[in-house]
Design a protein. Sequence first.
Length: 291
Amino acid sequence: MQKRKLYIFSLIFFLSVGLFGQEAFDWVGSFSSKELEMQDETEDQDKVYYLWQLESLKKNISPRYIRYLDVESYVETNRLLHRGILFSYNGLREESVEICGNFNHWECVPMKRNKYGIYYIVIEPNLLTPEYEDDPIYEYKFRVNGLLTFDPENLDRLEDGSGSYISRFILPSKDTNRQTHSIVLEDSNVEELDLRTVRFQIYLPHAEVVSLVGDFNEWNPENDFLTKDRNGIFFLEKKLMPNASYHYQFIIDGEYQLDTYNPMTHIKADTGESVSSIDVPGRLFALDRKD
């Protein structure tokens, strides 16, 4: 166990220096919660925080996009660097605070409370339009002890038609997630009734040609080629049947490779080699039939 802790610490230090360069030395060991509180929504995206630094917030702040290291969940998630929008609420005298927004179908989810009575949550910036394009507009409310209210720290708000307001945060941009991996997209009004959309993606800025093989295309390297975006991420969206697991690999400039940051792997029976896996669940709610 001690060796594992030492390994994780060494990994954190390596990633801090390797990923963030000299900037790492500017924030390691020099953080105070007041520093984050004084940042505005357009703070330097090279800044990286520890999870415990978020737990040291002494006052609620307006929403902002942040990056942070979560050591505690690393063993379970295989993810050290996290990105998201930080929401917070001063609830020193409140028993419960939840957040409800268009990013979770307006279902309220509980926020974590720190020792100073500040409730906070980091929402991953994965909101998409019905056409599966990035949606930068995040609308939300807090539910405090069962009652809905707007964010007092956020001056960007809209009337909700019932005498109150909906708070709004517009995400100006998000940095390239070099640890991106394939995911099942949320349902939208252009989704097929009996299919789910899976976005296969991998960060390969120096690659030229990437194709996808898997049990969904009979492992044919000529069927599915990925498109490269301006940030160096190759991607392809495919419709797959839900309630099933799929195995796949990328072919990168002629070389077979796993989905680097997808921790789910499987041994292919006929070859004995490792392949990546992705579970495609059924829908959590009924999908309205399209006209």
